[in-house]
Design a protein around this ligand. Structure first.
Ligand code: CMP
Length: 141
């Protein structure tokens, strides 16, 4: 089915000036960018977005990193978009990411891993609503 998923180009990839290259990976995989904006996350926003990880040892470093510079947030639409985006991103740890994936090609460490993508339909909806409370276009075509 046609799905929508939520994606972040993280501060490391924005600093490396590879937003366009990463967007091309989405497009080449058949994912359409149906909403997009650049913003600098506050500690409050980053903390709330990653609240499920609050008890994990990497939580504070994660919030520090995600607030260290601007990010791009986007909604991707396509057939099986949630799984497809996870495929295109590669494993969370770039060292385990398959060749040709975004994390293999643009990231070095699990902490600074270039992109985030929703892991399930429920989280996709929550994450899209969190960053696009104004709503996202219903149809672009
Ligand atoms: P992301 O998909 O944005 O979700 C949480 C992030 O925490 C993850 O990507 C990683 O960048 C980061 N992280 C750091 N250490 C770990 C770890 N051990 N397991 C999972 N995620 C981690």
């Amino acid at each position: 089915a046609i799905e929508r998923t939520f994606s972040i180009v993280k501060p490391d990839a924005v600093a490396k000036n590879v937003i366009g290259k990463i967007y091309s990976r989405f497009e080449e995989a058949g994912l359409r960018i149906v909403a997009s904006k650049m913003l600098q996350l506050s500690r409050e926003q980053a903390g709330e977005f990653y609240a499920v990880h609050k008890e994990r040892p990497f939580y504070n470093d994660l919030v520090d990193f995600m607030t260290s510079g601007p990010v791009m947030v986007q909604v991707l639409e396509g057939e099986n978009a949630i799984a497809k985006n996870r495929e295109v991103m590669g494993a969370t740890n770039p060292k385990d990411a398959a060749p040709g994936t975004i994390r293999a090609d643009f990231a070095e460490t699990v902490d600074e891993n270039a992109v985030h993508g929703s892991d399930a339909p429920e989280t996709a909806k929550v994450e899209i609503d969190f960053f696009f409370p104004e709503g996202v276009c219903e149809r672009l075509r």
